[in-house]
Design a protein around this ligand. Structure first.
Ligand code: ASP
Ligand code: MG
Length: 405
């Protein structure tokens, strides 16, 4: 008898038929005698719809109230999933994040899990129930409802698998696993049978939307081996686990394009100690994640000044621009400009550590495609460039062909 955590994303619970499918799959595992904890997302489109409702009222709604609002999406699905299991004659109980013992910090809309006390989950399992937990949500120790950031149901599943010491964690989605690139955009993309946490992290961080970044970090930290697979068929998926030696043979495991970043450029920032610190401290105080940062060589125009660009998640752009504009007088820059029409294109592979010339080849391919590079950043196992959004898909296909096909 195994304890299995199964997470079903928004598309896997998109309508009553799909929810019944989920119930049938869960029933199969139950019939083998396994204990099953199911984590579900909101039905696809529901979270976006709720966000739109709030934004139709005001551009910057209160984050506490956004959590209150968004948490309702997952609550619909847990109840519907429980009802679907009941209809198959199974015992099932739905739990909110709070009821499942998920305690978070108080950073609304992107809370971090502090601890999980799954007492109730255990006792319900022991009593023969399938336990269905609302993904994406938790509660502070003061009882405030929080959410874990977009895509946060993945984190709920991984964290629960760790806390319950589950034997297996399966992340069901609408693709067969992790691909070398988004198969909807790159026809030659192939499914990977396995991938290292670090590669998956860099791909997730580069916008491959298979899974939420923080959930993979969490899995790596607590060594939760998990499988990404489709809820629409029985094909085996991709196993995500610690790196093994043979993984280095592949130079580039995957190519990804992140369309969800926006760039802010500050022109003529006085080139003096403390200015960058002030800017990024203010962004961090507003809980805005900054990804790439590029500062130019300083130029002379009376005072020595420099231009500074950075990227943030697109949904944070308005908030970030507001924070930056509020610093204008204090920091003394001339102007700030926001650009949403960018894409961040990345190649990722643990094999880069032991192979040279990877960046040169990447830039050659882009040059050949007539793609201008706006920003570059690298890590040991990743090279990313910011390019014009309009050229993103074409450039991704070219890189995939050059490195993988
Ligand atoms: N429903 C939330 C979202 O759309 C969480 C999730 O799907 O994992 O971001
Ligand atoms: Mg989702």
């Amino acid at each position: 008898m195994a304890l299995i955590v199964q997470k079903f994303g928004g598309t896997s619970v998109a309508n009553p038929e799909r929810i019944k499918n989920v119930a049938r799959r869960v029933a199969k595992y139950r019939a083998q005698g396994d204990q099953v904890v199911v984590v579900v997302s909101a039905m696809s489109g529901v979270t976006d719809g709720l966000i739109k409702l709030a934004k139709d009222i005001t551009a910057l709604p209160s984050e506490r109230e956004m959590d209150m609002l968004l948490a309702t999406g997952e609550q619909q699905t847990i109840a519907l999933a429980a009802i679907a299991l009941h209809a198959l004659g199974l015992q099932a109980v739905s739990l909110t994040g709070a009821q499942a013992g998920i305690v978070t910090d108080g950073v609304h809309t992107k809370a971090k899990i502090r601890n999980i006390t799954p007492k109730q989950v255990h006792s319900l399992l022991d009593a023969g129930n399938v336990v269905i937990v609302a993904g994406f949500q938790g509660q502070t120790s003061e009882g405030q409802i929080t959410t874990l950031g977009r895509g946060g149901s993945d984190l709920t599943a991984i964290a629960l698998a760790a806390a319950l010491k589950a034997d297996l964690c399966q992340i069901y989605t609408d693709v067969d696993g992790v691909y070398t690139a988004d198969p909807r955009l790159v026809p030659g993309a192939k499914k990977l049978s396995e991938i290292a946490y670090d590669e998956m992290l860099e791909l997730a961080g580069s916008g491959a939307k298979v899974m939420q970044l923080r959930s993979v970090e969490f899995a790596k930290k607590f060594n939760v081996i998990f499988e990404v697979r489709s809820s629409l068929n029985d094909n085996p998926g991709t196993i995500v686990k610690e790196e093994t030696n043979s993984m280095e043979d592949v130079v580039v495991r995957g190519v990804s394009l992140d369309k969800n970043q926006a760039k802010i450029t500050l022109f003529s920032v006085p080139d003096q100690p403390g200015r960058a610190a002030r800017i990024f401290r203010a962004l961090s105080d507003a809980a805005i994640n900054v990804d790439m940062i590029v500062q130019n060589v300083s130029h002379d125009g009376g005072v020595r000044a420099t231009d500074l660009s950075f990227t943030v998640d697109k949904p944070d752009l308005l908030k970030a621009s507001t924070v930056i504009e509020g610093l204008k007088a204090e920091v003394g820059f001339k102007e700030s400009v926001a650009d949403e029409q960018i894409g961040k294109l990345s190649i990722v592979g643990v094999g880069m550590r032991s192979h040279s010339g990877v960046a040169a080849k990447m830039f050659d391919v882009l040059a050949h495609e007539g793609v201008n590079i706006g920003m570059i950043s690298t890590s040991e196992i990743k090279i990313s460039v910011v390019i014009a959004l309009a050229q993103g898909e074409q450039a991704m296909k070219a890189l995939h062909e050059a490195f993988i096909e």
